[in-house]
Design a protein around this ligand. Sequence first.
Ligand code: GSH
Length: 411
Amino acid sequence: MAYTLYTYPGNPRANCTLIAAELSGIKIETPEIELGKTNKTEEFLALNPLGRVPTLKLPSGAGVFESEAIARYVARLRPEVGLMGATFAEATEVDSWVTLANADLVPAMLPLVWVHLFNLKYDGSAATKAKAAVDRVLQVLDAALLSRTYLAGERVTLADTVMVSVLNLFMTHTLDAKARKAVPNVMRYYNTLTAQPAFAKVLGEIKLCETPLAPAKKEKAAKKEAAAPAAAAAPAAPAAEPKKPKAKGPYDDLPKSSMDLDEWKREYSNNDTREGALPWLWKNLDTEGYSLWHCNYKYNGELEKTFMSANLVTGWFQRCEHLRKYIFGNVLIFGSSGPPGSVEISGVWLFRGQSIPPEWDQEGNDAFYYEWNKLDITKAQDKALVEDYFAWDGKFEGGPTKPFNQGKTFK
Ligand SMILES: N[C@@H](CCC(=O)N[C@@H](CS)C(=O)NCC(=O)O)C(=O)O
């Protein structure tokens, strides 16, 4: 009999265990449950007397309750994987980070995220306190990650599966681009780990937060407070402020282009690249409105596995969703799995405007870890490079040093 984890999809308290299981090669079933029903049955209460999720059912039929105990149980099943830390000192570090995440970040989920997702009663002062707690932990984490790749030791431990699972909720719901920019080391850590296959498989497609969740009935609440200032529990009243003009986006001031990027994407998707799409591009490319760039991963010397490199690219693409209207690219993997330096990542992008997207030169952004070189299609070699990258074949002169392995298109 297999292990069964009762939870609802996306529960950070369960994701940490599911990632640990992926890393350890342990199969865990996650049957669909109806929260409020399944967890109140007699059978369920025999596993967890409080009737809560997550709850783990062991092959013996016994139950394990409390998310932290469940995560530790699974991590201990395969000590050789090292999820509990390789040494006594590392095990203590794992304990510190797991407890910090659970004691300081998990309680903030309810007032900051779940209250909105599940339409619960909003408590302004609880939200303010929770936000301060999250900000403080992020600062501590950012300082710690300045000199580390992982929280404890030199490889992934339970500290990372717990921390990333919890961070993921805030990254996708409350921390907008400005908040993320304030913690570049946390971002590098989060981006690196979520690109790893075990994390990517459990967390699925990640869409970083653009606008933080806000109280559902903010305006009404603000008006009530104006009438009765004594009940000032909710945040200050933004509704009373004059409406600010909408901030300009980085592409808003560009003169209209004669080339329609969507049309190019359709051409590329529906036609043979060399026979149909590229001739269309060379005929329609507006070199004033658009620019072409080659990118080369700065840490190619560290890459060992093709599938992990491909995952790095997938993670990057997932975080580019908001730029889809303005960019198109092909990022390719070259070489084959082997010792460090066996694999290379490089690509060619087409961008609206004459520079790489503004946020891409900031530390923590995936693009920051690439060298960028603007291409000039009046030069035969640059033009051929664009063609090879877009067609996924050719000589790639001036590009990679290893043979093509696989590619990914952002369109
Ligand atoms: N301390 C527990 C908290 C678990 C918990 O509160 N789970 C919630 C869902 S996230 C639940 O089961 N609520 C339903 C209920 O209490 O009836 C743990 O970490 O496992």
